[in-house]
Structure formats: C-alpha cells, structure tokens
Design a protein around this ligand. Structure first.
Ligand code: R5P
Length: 304
C-alpha cells in the first residue's frame, strides 16, 4: 500500500491521469461540485491521515476558479491530518504580474503565493515560471522544473538547418541563450514593446542579430493572446527568415488565439500539456509534448 495520494483539480485531469499512470496509482477520489450560487465545494473521499498528498491543478482558464478550487482542496485535506501536502501547479497563472508595472497595480504573483501558504501547502512543484525570482515569493520550498529540455528534443526531431534561437523580448534572453547552448547554434533578440494601456497588444521594434536565410527558433514561457509570437514571426519573415518554429511551455492561448495563430506565418508550434487542450481541434502545425514524466519523477523524488 502506497503512503501517498495524488488528487486532480478540474483544470487538467488528462495530465493528472498521465502522471498517476506513470506512478502506477489511481487518482484520489474527490467530489468537485458547486452550490447553486457558484461556490466551489470539494469533498475529499480518501483517508489522507499521515499520508503525503499531492494536488495537481493548473491555473488555466477559468483561472480564478482553479486557484480557489486548489486552495479549498488544500484546506479540506489539511483538516484530516496529512503528513505533508504539496501543490503541483504545472502552469502558475498571475506569474506575469511579478512586479508593479506601474503605481497602483498589485504584485499578484506574491498574493497567489500567500493564498497557497494559507491553504497549508508545504511545498510547491511548478514548471517554467515566468520569472525565476517568483520562487522567492514563497516561504515554502518550490521545486521549479523546466520543460525546455523536452521541447529542445522536439526541435531536434525537425532536422532544421542553419538554426538561430531568437528571444521574443529582452526578458526572454536567458531562456534563449540556454536553448542556443543546448542546440549549439547562435542567438538573436527581438525588442518588443507591450502597451500598458492596451492589454495583450505588442509590437516588435527591432531584431538584434542575424536571421536572414535562417531557420528561426523562438522560445517563450507563455503564449497568451499570441500577439508576441505572431508579430515577432511577421517581423522575422520580413527580415528574410526561412522558417519560424515557436517553442512555449504554457499554451494559455486565450480567446481566439488559436484562430489568430492559424492565420500567422508560424511554421511549427511546439507546446506542452501544462494546460489541457485535449479534445480540441487545433491547427495542424501545433504539436504537444507531455510534461507528465517530469512531474512523476519529481513526485518520486519526494516520496522515496
Ligand atoms: C512576456 O514577457 C511573456 O514571456 C510572453 O512573451 C507573453 O506573456 C506572451 O503573451 P502574448 O501571447 O499575449 O503576447
């Protein structure tokens, strides 16, 4: 009998099932219902006493509901005296609000960290935070995983010639540099401006580095509206890029982003399943790689 349990929130059950299968355990039973007024009411139906308990929940759309559901599941579990309780958050939403971009705004990522601690999660496992410094917002240990090595392996399978890795903005230079080292190719940087008064709109100003005649690989943590990579790809193609392959861990793809991406000049879009898109019809140039084995390996390290 295993002395740990894995519960799934409602945001990404297919990923939770994959992780449970790799660990060779059934998912913990939990009844996730709502009252008529919309209040979330989780009901844990397992004996968690003295067990190490993992709860997997991505902060995808409807993000606030998913955060609330995780916090309430945490509170329900901790009331039955588990040994240790760990939140597995493949995609941590609000991470892009990691600083006050202008006076009068919150530092939302820190608020989320506090919510999780108040719910008595004693450890967090997460993947490709928008900014590594967010780890410092937590008082509890954070196991910060990266899907970029997985995505780099997928790029290699495309057998592209004359590659260059491009950071979509100055904030993404470190990620691009690491991937460029891994693939042993040069890198370039795009200068992006985000309009604070027009949410989700970006503009690429200039490209620093050589992209003409090259197979460009853009690497990013999140695709939300798609604006960054759609505009970036258009600029790269105008500068003579041969093809553009985009790698991103978190396919937030809000609203009609996939429609916009279908109409873009992107040649390949390599994503992961930190956010659930199973069962949806997506453009043919989109490929998903699973982070399930990364998560299962991390859980195994904790319970061994
Ligand atoms: C920004 O700093 C991030 O790394 C992403 O580039 C950005 O969040 C993507 O957002 P969107 O798809 O809306 O341009």
């Amino acid at each position: 009998m295993k002395n740990y349990l894995l519960f799934s929130g409602s945001s990404n059950r297919p990923l939770s099932e994959k992780v449970a299968k790799l660990l060779d355990i059934p998912l913990g039973k939990v009844d996730l219902t709502r009252f008529a007024d919309g209040e979330i009411r989780p009901w844990i139906q397992e004996d968690v006493r003295d067990k190490t308990v993992f709860v997997l929940q991505s902060f995808s759309y409807d993000m606030d509901d998913h955060i609330m559901e995780l916090c309430l599941m945490g509170d329900a579990i901790r009331r039955s005296a588990p040994k240790h309780m760990i939140a597995v958050i493949p995609y941590m939403g609000y991470a892009r609000q990691d600083k006050q971009h202008r006076s009068g705004e919150p530092v939302s990522a820190r608020v989320i960290a506090k919510f999780l601690e108040v719910s008595k999660f004693k450890e967090i496992i997460t993947i490709d935070l928008h900014n590594e410094a967010i780890v410092g917002f937590f008082q509890v240990p954070v196991m910060h995983l990266s899907a970029f090595p997985l995505l780099a392996e997928e790029v290699k399978k495309l057998h592209l010639s004359n590659m260059v890795v491009v950071a979509p903005d100055v904030g993404g230079v470190k990620r691009a540099r690491n991937l460029a080292y891994t693939l042993d190719v040069p890198m370039a940087v795009m200068e992006k401006k985000r309009f604070l008064d027009r949410h989700d709109q970006t503009e690429t100003f200039q490209i620093i580095g050589e992209v003409k005649g090259k197979s460009v690989i853009i690497i990013d943590d999140v695709i939300s509206s798609g604006s960054t990579i759609i505009n970036g790809t258009a600029s790269l193609k105008r500068e003579g890029a041969l093809s553009v392959t985009v790698l991103a861990t978190h396919a937030v793809c809000a609203g009609d982003a996939f429609d916009q991406l279908s109409r873009s000049q992107i040649d390949h879009l390599l994503l992961t399943d930190t956010i659930d898109w199973s069962g949806k019809t997506l453009p043919p140039f989109v490929t998903f790689t699973s982070v399930a084995s990364h998560i299962a390996d991390s859980i195994s390290t904790i319970i061994r």
